[in-house]
Design a protein around this ligand. Structure first.
Ligand code: FES
Length: 129
């Protein structure tokens, strides 16, 4: 089974965090919390920090991706309570063969926060058999 990559925007910040040092802003805090929780639980995920997923008005933002699966981008996740729900969603994502988590199974913040989904990358021969 392919490892789920969780891309976490470390530069996300809420409107009132502009004056905070970068490491104290929401995205950086979420990235640290997620890394700590995933390590504690030995979750089968790869947490990848990224600087901006281009949905800056919906901080905090993350993405789930894995080879052969749909990629999902989520926003509006809470910095200090988001790690739990993200790992729950990542486990559901990891259990699918295509990345499509049935809507009813998705944790509420992932239902509300979905921003986009992108189909799996296919080779030219797969697209033009
Ligand atoms: S700063 Fe987080 S999406 Fe742009």
């Amino acid at each position: 089974m392919a490892t789920t990559h969780i891309y976490v925007c470390t530069t996300c910040k809420l409107a009132d965090e502009a004056g905070l040092p970068a490491h104290e802003r929401s995205g950086a805090r979420l990235h640290r919390a997620l890394g700590a929780l995933a390590g504690e639980r030995q979750a089968a995920v790869e947490i990848v920090p990224v600087e901006c997923l281009s949905v800056c008005k919906r901080a905090c933002t993350i993405s789930f991706a894995a080879p052969g699966k749909w990629t999902y981008v989520y926003g509006d996740l809470p910095a200090d309570a988001g790690a739990e729900v993200i790992l729950e969603g990542a486990a559901l994502y990891g259990a699918t063969s295509d990345g499509l988590i049935p809507w009813k199974q998705r944790p509420e913040p992932l239902k509300r926060g979905v921003i986009s989904r992108v189909p799996p990358l296919k080779s030219v021969s797969e697209m033009n058999p």
